[in-house]
Design a protein around this ligand. Structure first.
Ligand code: NAD
Length: 479
C-alpha cells in the first residue's frame, strides 16, 4: 500500500483506495492509503507543531528545497508523466507537459522565496518610520481535483512552502498516484518533519476535517462549484481564509474575419483535448454567420481524424474519460442536448473498448450545432469532450453570448481584427482572455483564475500567489 505522509513518517491508513487505469480498467495501478478524520487530525497537529520553526526558516533554505524538488520533477518528467497518463487518462505528451509545468512552478516559487518584497515608508508623523512586511498565514489545507493531478497540487504547495507555511495536502481520490509521487519527492527534499503532510482519502472525511479544524488557517480549493460552496460556508463560519477555483462554461468566439485554420485549432484544442476535462476548456463556440458553416464543416472533419485510444499509446489524440461516473455524466448531457433540439453534428457515443480490445471509459467527442443560449448544454459544465456551437449575427451579439453565463474563468476569440480583439480583451467578463489562442494552456509565471461564479478570493500562481499565502503586517517605529 502507498502510505500517507504524516510528520515525516509514512503511515498506514484504516482504508484502501484502488487506483484504476481508465484506458484499461483491468490495470490496477496500486492501492493507496484512505485516511479517516482521526488520521487527518494527526497531520494537522504535525503541521501546527512544525509551523513556528518553518515560518522563521531562511529564504535560502526554502529556495534550496523548492529548487531541488523542481529539478527532480523535471528530471523524471517522462516517468511521472507516464504515471499521470495511466491514472488520469490524458495523453502522454499532455501528461509529460503537465509534469514539466509542475517542476517549473517549484523553481519559480523557489525564486519567489528570495524576494518576498515589502515596503518602507515615512510615517505622516515626524520621527516615525513604517514598515510593511509579509508573514506566512500558518497551516494551509490544500484540496485538489483529479484533472491536473500534479500541476494543481504544485501550484498550491510550492507557494505555500515558499512563503513559510506548513501544509496538509488532500488530493482527489481518483488520482492518488501523482500525489504520492510528489509527496515522495518532498519527503526527501530536506523539509523538516511535519512541514508537508499528505493525507489521501475521501472528501467527506479528510476534506471535511480540514474545513472544520480551527488549526487550519487557510484553505485553498480547486474543484466543483458544489464542493466550493461547502468550503466557503465552513471557512466563513470559523473566519478562516479561503480561495476557490471552480467550474467554467468558457466561450470561444469565432468571427467572420478569423483565419479558419486558427479558429478550428483554437476550438478543437480547447474544447476536446485532455478529453475536455479542463476547467479552461471552451465548451461553447460562438460563431458569426459568415463563417459558421465553413467552420462547423472544418471542425467535424478535424474530429473525424482524431484518434481516441489508450492515453499512453503513440498517436492517441484523446484519451479516455476519467471514470465511469464522469462518462455517464457526459452521455447524459448528450441526451439532454438532443432532447433540447440541438443537432448532433458528430460523435457523442461511448466506445467500450479501444482498437486493441482494452476495456476503458472511451467516448467519441461530441459536437452540437443549432444550439441556443437557454439550453442546459450551454449553461452547465459537462466536463467532458462535449462542445456546442451557437450562431451569432455579429460581434456584439457574440460578445453578449460569451458573457451570458454565471461563470467567468477563461474566454477566447479568433479574429484578425485588432479592433474586435482589443474590445474583447476589455469587455470579456472572464479572468483570462485569449486572442487567437486556445482558452486552455496557460503560462506558469502569471496569475491564473476567474471571475463571477468560477472563482473566489485572490488569484493563484505568479507573484499574485503571495496575496493568499501571506498576511501583511504594518509596523511603526519611533526613532
Ligand atoms: P470535486 O469538487 O468533486 O472534488 C474536489 C476536491 O474536493 C476533491 O479532493 C474532493 O475529494 C474534495 N471534496 C469533496 N467533498 C468534500 C467536502 N465535503 N469537504 C471537503 N473536500 C471535499 O471536483 P472534481 O470532480 O475533483 O474536479 C472537477 C471540477 O474541478 C470541475 O468542476 C472543474 O471545473 C473544476 N476545476 C477547476 C479548476 C480551476 O482552476 N477553476 C481547475 C481544475 C478543475
Amino acid at each position: 500500500m502507498f502510505k500517507n505522509l504524516i510528520n515525516g513518517d509514512w503511515v498506514e491508513a484504516p482504508g484502501v483506495t484502488r487506483n484504476i487505469n481508465p484506458s484499461d480498467t483491468r490495470d490496477l495501478i496500486g492501492e493507496y492509503a484512505k485516511a479517516d478524520a482521526a488520521q487527518t487530525k494527526d497531520a494537522i497537529a504535525a503541521a501546527q507543531a512544525a509551523f513556528p520553526a518553518w515560518s522563521l526558516s531562511t529564504p535560502q533554505q526554502r529556495f534550496d528545497i523548492l529548487d531541488a524538488v523542481g529539478s527532480e520533477i523535471l528530471a523524471r518528467r517522462n516517468e511521472l508523466g507516464d504515471l499521470l497518463a495511466r491514472e488520469e487518462g490524458k495523453t502522454l505528451p499532455e501528461a509529460i507537459g503537465e509534469v514539466a509545468r509542475a517542476g517549473n512552478i517549484f523553481k519559480f516559487f523557489a525564486g519567489e522565496a528570495l524576494r518576498p518584497g515589502g515596503e518602507v515608508l515615512p510615517s505622516v508623523r515626524p520621527g516615525v518610520g513604517v514598515e510593511i512586511t509579509r508573514e506566512p498565514v500558518g497551516v494551509v489545507g490544500i484540496i485538489t481535483p483529479w484533472n491536473f493531478p500534479i500541476a494543481i497540487p504544485a501550484w498550491k504547495i510550492a507557494p505555500a512552502l515558499a512563503y513559510g507555511n506548513c501544509v496538509v495536502f488532500k488530493p482527489a481520490e481518483l488520482v492518488p498516484g501523482s500525489a504520492w509521487a510528489l509527496a515522495d519527492i518532498l519527503s526527501r527534499s530536506g523539509l523538516p518533519k511535519g512541514v508537508f503532510n499528505l493525507v489521501m482519502g475521501p472528501g467527506s472525511q479528510v476534506g471535511a476535517t480540514l474545513l472544520d479544524d480551527a488549526r487550519i488557517a487557510a484553505i485553498t480549493f480547486t474543484g466543483s462549484v458544489g464542493t466550493g460552496k461547502r468550503v466557503a460556508a465552513a471557512c466563513v463560519g470559523r473566519m478562516a481564509k479561503f480561495q476557490l477555483e471552480m467550474g467554467g462554461k468558457n466561450p470561444m468566439v469565432v468571427l467572420d474575419d478569423a483565419d479558419l485554420g486558427v479558429a478550428v485549432n483554437c476550438a478543437v484544442q480547447s474544447g476536446f483535448f485532455s478529453t475536455g476535462q479542463r476547467c479552461t476548456a471552451s465548451s461553447r463556440v460562438i460563431v458569426t454567420e459568415g463563417i459558421h458553416d465553413r467552420f462547423v464543416a472544418a471542425v467535424v472533419e478535424k474530429l473525424r481524424s482524431l484518434k481516441v485510444d489508450d492515453a499512453r499509446k503513440t498517436g492517441t489524440d484523446l484519451g479516455p474519460v476519467v471514470d465511469a461516473s464522469q462518462l455517464a455524466q457526459n452521455l447524459k448531457y448528450v441526451e439532454i442536448a438532443r432532447g433540447e433540439g440541438a443537432t448532433l453534428a458528430y460523435g457523442g457515443d461511448a466506445l467500450e473498448h479501444n482498437a486493441d480490445g482494452q476495456p476503458g471509459f472511451y467516448m467519441r467527442p461530441a459536437l452540437f450545432t443549432d444550439t441556443t443560449a437557454g439550453m442546459r448544454i450551454n449553461g452547465e459544465e459537462v466536463f467532458g469532450p462535449v462542445v456546442s456551437v451557437l450562431r451569432a449575427k455579429n460581434y456584439d451579439e457574440a460578445l453578449h453570448l460569451a458573457n451570458d453565463t454565471p461563470f467567468g474563468l477563461a474566454a477566447g476569440i479568433a479574429t484578425t481584427s485588432l479592433k474586435y480583439a482589443t474590445h474583447f480583451k476589455r469587455h470579456s467578463q472572464a479572468g483570462m482572455v485569449m486572442v487567437n489562442l486556445p482558452t486552455a494552456g496557460v503560462d506558469y509565471h502569471v496569475p491564473f483564475g476567474g471571475r463571477k461564479g468560477s472563482s473566489y478570493g485572490p488569484r493563484e500562481q505568479g507573484r499574485y500567489a503571495a496575496e493568499f499565502y501571506t498576511t501583511v503586517k504594518t509596523a511603526y517605529t519611533q526613532a
